[in-house]
Design a protein around this ligand. Structure first.
Ligand code: NAD
Length: 335
């Protein structure tokens, strides 16, 4: 087994919220060593250092990135720190796995793309975790069977408004629910359509969290129009008093999919006949860990089989950041 590995991963993990989940998953990966964990919260840091017997624990990201033995950085810190951490990791020749969103402005995205262009041997990926959900994985795999997709819609129902009104998210100036949630569904839509987007528009409000005056809008609806005139609509809904879930519908000439809470229904139209099938899916933590394992495996085997390619990732970020711009300017943007 180990013979097929070419390059071991020596890892530093930054941020130990969802980063602790990445820590557990990395420990399961044979060809890697976790050299550092890093968190500004000392209590958390010491807890995980002891629990998993990690070599080094630090509150200082720069210490991790300056260590020459480390070749891989997993970033799961506060969104506002991602740009600094991604760009510096790449500059120091580290492979990067970054939680969404990779950065918060188009200018920062351009800088990252520029740095990455000069580092063709480095891998970069992001935890767009719905790509490995069995329903979406199958939809992506079999998308060629869908003829003429003319409309897609996704609802990202966050169901955790207090993370916006009480945690660090609300403290980020102009925090975007598109970058914080809708991005997952926009990623799937771009992947399934595989067309360029030509027009975008976002409307938003904060009717539900309006007493938190300085905080960002908690609800946004975005529209995308593709080169072939097909249309997509995504809601990034942090305000919903519900569980955390996603709704995703695809309408094509020959078939329609309706997905909600791990259940899907597919309708077919052939000549004048209609039929349908219903399926259930299992989506557990083991499945959710696949994005990171795919990234570590690509580094180790030096292959290019990333679930999300670098170009897809940069294009996704570009579209999301233009949607944020459209929201701020309250106008349609032609790309
Ligand atoms: N892909 C997904 O489905 C998914 C799910 C949840 C969170 N996320 C993303 O993961 C990131 C973290 O979110 P979370 O929910 O784990 O938050 P969290 O608050 O639970 O955890 C973040 C941790 O990072 C630490 N931290 C913050 N800034 C730091 C810095 N500059 N250096 C070192 N440590 C730092 C904090 O002390 C905290 O322990 C965010 O970017 C978020 O968007 C992604």
């Amino acid at each position: 087994m180990l013979k097929s590995f070419k390059s071991p991963c020596v890892i530093g993990i930054i941020g130990l919220g969802v980063g602790a989940f990445h820590l557990r998953n990395s420990l399961k990966f044979k060809n890697c060593k976790i050299k550092y964990i890093c968190d500004v919260n000392k209590k958390k840091l010491l807890y995980y250092k002891k629990k998993f017997k990690i070599n080094k624990a630090t509150t200082n990201f720069d210490k991790v990135v300056n260590d020459k033995e480390v070749n891989t950085i997993i970033i799961a810190s506060n969104d506002k720190d991602h740009f600094y951490q991604v760009s510096n990791s790449l500059k120091h020749n580290k492979h990067v796995f970054v939680e969404k969103p990779m950065c918060l402005s188009l200018k920062n995205l351009e800088t990252i793309i520029k740095i990455k262009k000069n580092k063709p041997n480095l891998y970069i990926s992001s935890n767009l975790v719905l790509r490995v959900h069995p329903f979406f994985e199958k939809l992506i795999r079999e998308k060629k069977k869908l003829k003429k997709i003319y409309y897609l819609e996704g609802d990202y129902n966050y169901g955790r408004l207090d993370k916006l009104t009480k945690g660090w998210r609300g403290k980020i100036k102009d925090y975007s629910v598109i970058l914080g949630g809708g991005i997952h569904l926009i990623d799937l839509i771009l992947k399934i359509k595989e067309k360029k987007v030509k027009e975008i528009y976002t409307m938003s409000n904060k009717l539900i969290s309006r007493k938190f005056k300085n905080y960002a809008n908690d609800f946004a609806v975005s529209l995308l129009k593709f080169d072939d005139n097909s249309i997509a609509k995504i809601s990034s809904n942090f305000s919903s008093p519900s569980d955390h879930h996603h709704i995703f519908n695809v309408y094509a000439q020959n078939t329609s999919f309706f997905y909600n809470r791990n259940k899907s229904e597919q309708y077919f139209r052939e000549n004048e006949n209609k039929s349908s099938i219903k399926l259930n899916y299992k989506y557990d933590n083991k499945t959710k860990g696949k994005m990171l394992l795919n990234f570590l495996s690509a580094i180790s085997r030096k292959n290019s089989n990333l679930i999300i390619s670098e170009n897809e990732l940069f294009y996704l970020m570009k579209i999301c950041l233009f949607l944020v711009q459209s929201q701020k300017k309250n106008r349609i943007i032609k790309l």
